[in-house]
Design a protein around this ligand. Structure first.
Ligand code: FES
Length: 582
């Protein structure tokens, strides 16, 4: 055992017995109903009841294979002496949810938390995959502190088009820009569409889904090696079965999220994010998750811990390869070993295995040093997310150095301002737009409250007239997020957001903006008095929604700098049913 964890005594009475145990009228009522599924009476004798919280949905294609995977989880639970019960939960798919899946992460987390606490579940397998499903289920589980293990669905196989790897999302942006620049025909773009998603699974780049799968593993919430196994590889199903076996023992030991999700675990995950060239979205999700377990994680931690971390994983969007090759090269255990050897890992951090992280990864072999680079051949020497501050983002903004252009990391340019995403769409292709490659594009009102939901529009496409001239990158600044599959010198999450009256709201066309990533500085070059006067005259761009979930979201979502959780959902409320009338 690790980090001071002492397993609970076994046997003992589990919470599911509050529903199923004994001979009372209520126990007969609860058991009796479940028996209509054909369960023998002895299944209710006090053995662990495991909820398989499944984010399968036909409208979440990244998670479309999770019902089959659930069968392997069930097999593992039966083998270990538990009782598996599959439970569908809110599936916030990246593909379909509008205005953005991020608007529903907290709703999903809230639904999962209540689903777990309100029902006879002693432990949970979190069956996830697409971007928001992984953090939302971890957040919900963390707020109940019921033993839980993450099983991700795994990435899709490599896409291929005319001899070239096609990365999910990354090539959507590349091909789209090539069409806008006149270097690719629309017909070829449509043909490439067929090559993008050639198997079950989540995005095959180191986008947000792969990043969050890696975060779950680095945090210790998934079994070692889980993150990279392709969705259709038989070893993915083995992983599901082993995780089913493991959760039963976790329940017996009462190995709960609060034992695993410690500050050390979050620090490990932040460093791993730098080493894998992970998504900026991980910043939001880990801050929110930390808030659920009372770990005081801040943007400053992200900057401090990521500063010296080399990017080792050569995957799109920062590098060349895709998740399939990452798996063949040895996957995340190799990254963890290399970080541990470099003194960048809390080796004693506890995982769902019941032991220290280091025991799982210390012997991990690397089978391809070009895919998982040794530190002396890193893709980027300082690959962690950089956190910028300055009068343009007093509470912080982030940029991903491994996906940015070196020549733009220190730059002063003239602002070209778009008031919101509709303004951007209306004018970006205007041949008369007064813009060149030295300008700084600014997009407002796309933050948590402004969009609403904080959409992934921060990597706004460049003006077609500049693309045609061969311009491939420009500085873009917004209060939005960016897809983990995207790239460019893109400053995101500027806080406070425009819709909350942050300074980004009052930037005007022609203002000078200075970016200095090394100095962690983002500066709007106007006088303090001028900035104060503009802010005093600022008015909210739109009224709050009148009712419904949109109103709840508007009134309670916090800023990007703390992870955009709801203020009333922070913290762990435990596993006890607040008022049980039975
Ligand atoms: Fe679902 Fe990428 S869109 S994993």
């Amino acid at each position: 055992m690790s980090a001071g964890f002492a397993p609970a005594p076994w046997p003992r009475r589990l919470r599911s017995q509050d529903w199923y145990g004994g001979t009372s009228r209520d126990a007969i009522y609860h058991r009796g109903w479940l028996k209509n599924q054909g369960h023998p009476h002895d299944l209710f004798d006090g053995r662990p009841v495991i909820g398989i919280l499944n984010t399968w949905s036909d409208l979440s294609p990244c998670n479309g294979h999770l019902r089959e995977l659930a069968e392997k989880v069930k097999a593992g639970i039966w083998e270990a002496g538990g009782v598996p019960l599959e439970v569908p939960v809110f599936s916030a798919s990246e593909n379909t949810f509008r205005p953005t899946a991020m608007m529903y992460r907290n709703l999903a987390a809230m639904a999962v938390e209540e689903t777990m606490r309100a029902q006879p579940i002693d432990g949970a397998v979190l069956l996830v995959g697409c971007d928001k499903t992984t953090p939302s289920l971890m957040m919900g589980a963390a707020s109940t502190d019921i033993p839980s293990i993450v099983v991700t669905g795994g990435p899709m196989l490599n896409g291929w088009f005319r001899g070239e790897r096609v990365g999910s999302g990354t090539h959507l942006w590349r091909f789209s820009e090539a069409v806008n620049a006149g270097g690719m025909s629309q017909a070829d773009f449509l043909e490439a569409e067929q090559a993008m998603s050639r198997s079950s699974g989540s995005c095959n780049t180191m986008g947000t889904a792969s990043t969050m799968a890696s975060m779950a593993e680095a945090l210790g919430m998934a079994l070692s090696g889980n993150a990279a196994i392709p969705a259709v590889d038989a070893r993915r199903r083995v992983m599901a079965q082993l995780s089913g076996r493991r959760i039963v023992q976790m329940v017996k030991d009462d190995l709960a999220p609060s034992h695993i999700l410690t500050r050390a675990a979050f620090e490990n995950a932040i460093r791993v994010n730098g080493a894998i060239g992970g998504s900026t979205n991980a910043v939001m999700h880990l801050l929110a998750l930390a808030g659920r377990v009372g770990v005081d994680l801040t943007l400053a931690d992200w900057d401090r811990l990521g500063r010296d971390v080399p990017t080792l994983v050569n995957l799109m969007p920062s590098g060349e390869y895709l998740m399939e090759e990452f798996f063949y090269a040895g996957g995340l255990p190799v990254v963890l070993r290399r970080l541990g050897e470099a003194g960048m890992l809390h080796r004693d951090a506890l995982t769902v295995s019941g032991g220290p992280l280091w025991a799982e990864v210390k012997d991990a072999a690397c089978w391809n040093d070009d895919v998982i680079r040794p530190p002396d051949r890193a893709l980027t020497a300082s690959g962690g997310i950089a956190v910028l501050t300055g009068n343009l983002a007093p509470r912080g903004a982030v940029v991903k150095p491994s996906a940015a252009s070196a020549h733009l990391m220190r730059h002063r340019g003239r602002a070209v301002v778009f008031e919101d995403i509709d303004d951007y769409k209306a004018r970006i292709a205007d041949e008369d737009l007064d813009i060149d490659e030295t300008c700084v594009m600014v997009l407002k009102n796309c933050g948590p409250r402004g969009y609403p939901g904080m959409s992934e529009v921060g990597n706004m496409g460049l003006p077609p007239k500049l693309l045609r001239r061969g311009v491939t990158d420009m500085i873009r600044i917004s209060d939005a997020r960016m897809s983990g599959t995207a790239y460019g010198t893109v400053v995101l999450h500027a806080a406070p957001e425009a819709a909350a009256g942050g300074p980004i709201a009052v930037v005007r066309d022609g203002d000078a903006i200075e970016l200095d990533v090394d100095a962690r500085r983002l500066h709007l070059d106007i006088s303090e008095a001028e900035l104060a006067e503009r802010l005093a005259r600022w008015r909210p761009p739109a009224a709050a929604p009148a009712s419904g979930y949109a109103r709840l979201f508007h009134d309670h979502v916090e800023g990007a700098e703390t992870g955009a959780d709801f203020d009333f959902l922070k913290g762990c409320r435990g596993r006890e049913v607040p008022r049980d009338s039975h």
